[in-house]
Structures are given as C-alpha cells and as structure tokens.
Design a protein around this ligand. Sequence first.
Ligand code: NAP
Length: 500
Amino acid sequence: MSQNGEQKSLIMIFGATGDLANRKLFPSLYRLFRKGLLSDRFAVIGVARRPLTNEQFQENVKKSVVEAGENAGGIAEFASHFYYHSHDVTDSASYAALKGMAKELDNHYGLGGNRIFYLAMAPEFFGPIALHLKSDGLTDVQGFKRLVIEKPFGHDLESAIELNEQIRTAFSEDEVYRIDHYLGKQMVQNIEVIRFANALFEPLWNNRYISNIQVTSSETLGVEERGRYYETSGALRDMVQNHMLQMVALLAMEPPIKLTTDEIRSEKIRVFRSLRTIEGEEVSNYFVRGQYGAGTLDGKEVPSYRDEPNVDKNSNTETYVAGKLMIDNQRWAGVPFYIRTGKRLGAKSTKIIVQFKDVPMNLYYQPNKPLNPNLLVIHIQPEEGITLHLNAKKAGQGMDATEVKLSFANNAINEMNTPEAYELLLYDCMRGDATNFAHWDEVALSWSFVDKISDAWESTKDESFPNYEPGSRGPAAADELLSKDGFFWWRVRDLKVERC
Ligand code: NAP
C-alpha cells in the first residue's frame, strides 16, 4: 500500500460478464477510484467464456458504472485499466495465456506482483479454479496473493470441507476472503461500535436486562431467475447459515481484547460454539419453515413459489425461516435470539430489535394502556440508523407515560451516500484486512448447526406448503414461536414500532 492509502494490485475477476460483476463490483471499484483509493497502479482482468475485445469489455464496465447512478467523471481513464481474457475455467490449456497476460500487466502498471483473484462465478467452479491457479503458476508471485470467494461456501458441512481443502492447497487461511456482504453493511459494522463504545449499552447487554433479540431480514421479491439454485438451497442455507448467524454472532460476542481481525473472529467463533444444538424432533419446537403461495403484491399478480421457473411443482423448499436460537453461556442463558427471513413478504427490510426487560413494578403501568418496553432498533436496510424507544411523561395535565424515540439516521449525519458493502469489502481485501470476512471456523460451525435443521426438514415433507401469502409477514406458526414464550414480533414502520 502506498502512504496515502492507495492500493496497487492486479484484480482478476472470474465471471466478469455476470450479474454480480456488473451490478456490484465494477461500480464499487469505480467509487474507490474516484476517492483516490486505487491510484493509477491497478489493473483488472475480466475472465468469462464469451468472446469480447478489451474495448467491448471496457464499454460494458462504463455502462455498468453509469447504470449504477454514478456521475462517471474520469470513467474513460478508469475503464482503460480493464482487460478481458476469454477463457473457460474448466479448460486447463487457457490458464497459461492468462498467466502471461497477468505478468505483462504487472510489469506495465508496476503492481509488485500483488494479485487478487475474485471468484464471482457459480460455486461448483470455486475449487477447480483455485487448484488451477496453483498448478498453472498464477499464484507464484512476489507480492501478496488473495482469493475472494462468493457465497455459497459449500452446500453443507461436508461439501464446505471439501471446497476448503481444495482452496487451501493454493491459499493459506489468511489469504482467503470469504464474502458475506452483510458484513460490509455500515449498520452491521456499527453493531460492535454501538455495543462496545457506549457505557449506556454494554453494562445492560446480557440476560439480566435483555428479554429477547429479534433479527429480521425480509424481501418482497420472489426467487425470480434463481429457481434452479434456490431449489438446492432454500432460505436456511441461502440466508441463515451466513448472514443471519453472522449478525447474531456480532450481537452476542464478548468484547474482544483488541480490535484486531484475530481477536474479533475468535470472539465470534466462541458464539458459534455456544449455540445450542437443535436436532431431530426438537427442530419443530425451535424452527418454522414457510413457502409462498400465489397472490397479489403491490397490486400485481405473482405466482406461487412452485410455479416459478425451474422449480419443482411439488417442491418442499422453504422460502421462509423463523427460528429461536439459544446461546448457552453465562451472558445469554435464557435469552432467545429470534431470527426470521423470507421472500415475497410485505416489506424489504433488515432490522435488529433488542427488547429490554420491563422495570420491576412499573409505576406508570395501566392495564388498558400498556407501556412498551425499552427497545433499541438497529435499522440495517433500507434505512440505516438507530432508534431508542423510551418512556417519558406525556405532555399536558397528569402524569401518564408515553413512548418517545431518539433517532439517528446514518446517511443524514454523514451527509454522503453510505458506501456500498462491496466497496468497503473490496477495499478491505486490498488492504489485507480480513475482519469483515468469514473465517473457516465460523463457516464450519455454522454449517454444522444448520445441517441438523436441514436434515430434519429434508426427512419430512411439509404438507402445509404453500403456507403464506405474498405481501404477508410469513406463516402463522412464526408468531406462535414467540407467543409460546410470551413474546411477539415487533413490526417497525417509518421508525414506529408496533406489536404484531
Ligand atoms: P451469473 O450472472 O450467472 O454470472 C456467471 C459468470 O460466470 C458469467 O460471467 C459467465 O460468463 C461466467 N461463466 C460461467 N461458466 C463459465 C466457465 N465455464 N468459464 C468461465 N466463465 C464462466 O452469476 P452472478 O449472479 O454474477 O453470481 C456469481 C457468484 O456470486 C455466485 O456464486 C453467486 O452465488 C454469488 N452472488 C451473486 C450475487 C448477485 O447479486 N448476483 C449476490 C451474492 C452472491 P460466460 O457465460 O460469458 O462464460
């Protein structure tokens, strides 16, 4: 890295004509370039099968930047750093040409042999590409070599171990950057700061003062074009194994002794190790699955999951999961962490709600006007911010209490658009900071937790599917999961919370 923070490296993007590269990676690199964080000393080789000239590829890059709404100053200069190599990653013969091209660009731009290999491709190619990079000498470099790998990292623990063994033949653990783009979101990164930088929260962050924590990530979209992949995945593997469990780990971890990658990761790993194992018949007491039927959403007719393209007409795949996680350690014993995620729900939104316990004998409690407990809401997307719900005196006569809200909106304060997750993660990778990427131990522990639930679900067909309507808040059983513990999901709308 140069002294002013600019990075020099050769970035090879495998899958450079795909959706992720065009929608996320090129615009994110452009934003880094505009901020002066890439300098002139970077080059990108795009790899995919279809034949393209460098000029055609550069036009695609420019188009994707403009489509992402960027103002596009300096775009020609930016795009001139992009080169294209038409290559089938299963064809051993063409890695030699890729190696030659990489060497040439390394010399031309003075990149010091630093290489980032970004695998933005279907997961079955991850292992074979990593093996080729080693056997064909692309990883024999003077500088650093790093592998960025998209989700899904395996399909279950067994396949994740196999993939990990393949990539570890070419890269050491600290050279592997497993993307979980939720870890690049501003408000997910903020969880640690909110917790560990505030005397107001940290002393209360335990089972003495918190009654339950709710993590919701909902989408209005259905599976769209991803039916083939989703049939083998479902919401549990697609969302819970990675994003939902990562958010729970950040909420539950002990304060690290230092803000270093190793210390933070090791505290997260301890949370995964403390997760109560749920298996066999127990699964139905802790987890609820759902699948959307046909209906209307925002005034439009939408098909049921089973009628989506490339989906089995009798599919048993879940498009919704709600679960209760218990973390069996001193801090969290007895506090449920409820999670829920699904497609075709009423809102696109990711939020965390921390519900504090009621004060003993609340003097302001009236049976016909119940007071809300204190709630801390962390808005992750689309809004970014925090709302703290307190009770205060109602203005006017009398001494009635009413709810008041203290709100902080991230983008209003920073007076700028918050950076896209991929922008932060790409920059972290260039700087060699792996804190916001998943360590192998986190991946392995989360698969071993999730595998037991999928084993139970795969052995029994859910006869109630489809069991929720588009635009709803999911199956009724998800409400019962909380009501049997005396709780309910909080619904947040326009920063207001209501009991569901
Ligand atoms: P995609 O649109 O299907 O793109 C796949 C890319 O791989 C294309 O560039 C394709 O180009 C190339 N390709 C396919 N077979 C190839 C081969 N044998 N040799 C060389 N190139 C080949 O996929 P995507 O949506 O970008 O997703 C890529 C990865 O990111 C997946 O692992 C996905 O799970 C993950 N991901 C994507 C998103 C997203 O928003 N899209 C979000 C999170 C994670 P050619 O056809 O020209 O070869």
